[in-house]
Design a protein around this ligand. Sequence first.
Ligand code: AMP
Length: 370
Amino acid sequence: MGVDATTLANWLSSYDCDSITIGVVASHSSLQILHGARMEGFRTLGIAVGENRRRFYSAFPGAEPDEWLMLDDYREMLDHAEWFRERNVIIIPHGSLVEYLGAENFRNLEVPTFGNRGILYWESSRARQREWLQAGGCTLPKIIDNPHDIDGPVIIKYAGAKGGEGYFIARDYRDFRRNVNLEEEFTIQEYVLGCRYYMHFFFDPTATDGFQVQGRGELAGKNLGRLELMSMDRRDESNVDEFYKLGSLRDLREMALEPSFVVTGNQPVVIRESLLPRAFEMAEGTVSASFELEENARGMLGPFCLEAIVTDKLEFKIFEISARIVAGSKPFIGGSPYSDINEPFMSTGRRIARCLRKALNQGNILDIIS
Ligand code: AMP
């Protein structure tokens, strides 16, 4: 399903492209998106449930929306599609929007949206992510299909778990049985020991300069667009990040404590410069492979994040991809050590707005929305 190209073009033909409004659900990375949109000269709209949420934004006048749409439930956005379109709104999606609306509703929301909504289908299942990342030449942690085969540390992940909630580590089958919730769908992954890097990339298919992603298959020999590294973070995860302070895993088990992976914040990091070429190689492969995914001819578009562990052999293991702006880009509202090299004060939120601004000026807005 989703919105077809003709419908999208019809909607856009009635838009006043001189007064586009950037609309965003007031959560996740919205401060950065609103701030970036304003820096690129757009009007902004906040969508919120609850007066408290709206009031909170007055603490950040630099990002406070010009206008608010207050709802009782985010699903009411679906009934406001015409209202949005009458106001020339382009929605910037983020993780909370997809979660609040549900993937299917988001796909069918009848409002122009930045990026390719189709790619979220590939992002939404671990099996599909794996297929995509492997096709892109990424190295991934091993999967253990049969819990009886666990013979070293593994991490058990539940499908659709929010912020690592409910994940646990097991060393053998007994550990696994003791902690697993068999009612939920889960994946068992090799636990990779190393340092985590969440690499925030941006793919702009309308730019013909910079690091150009090379097409493959039917697109071989074509430059697909420009790949940029915006920033890198590491998540704060409670309580695993502080676990070591209480002793060994065995000591902790004696105290009936298990590590958990609930995201509570983010810290800026950079990676060894000699690792960057491999990071780009994998990001390029992921983008070019995205154009070959079934029912996804439009490929990757805009921000995405490769979530990696680097081992002491200096090998990357990519354990997840997010095909949209990630919350970990927030430490960089004022720019990052990577994006500053190209242009100061360029956050991912602002980069999205810049992409829209440029497309509006060039008359190719339909290439970057869905
Ligand atoms: P995810 O939901 O896949 O982003 O994983 C949440 C957190 O679990 C990550 O931020 C890591 O701290 C940890 N993690 C995920 N996969 C692995 C893995 N294969 N090995 C070690 N730690 C992992």
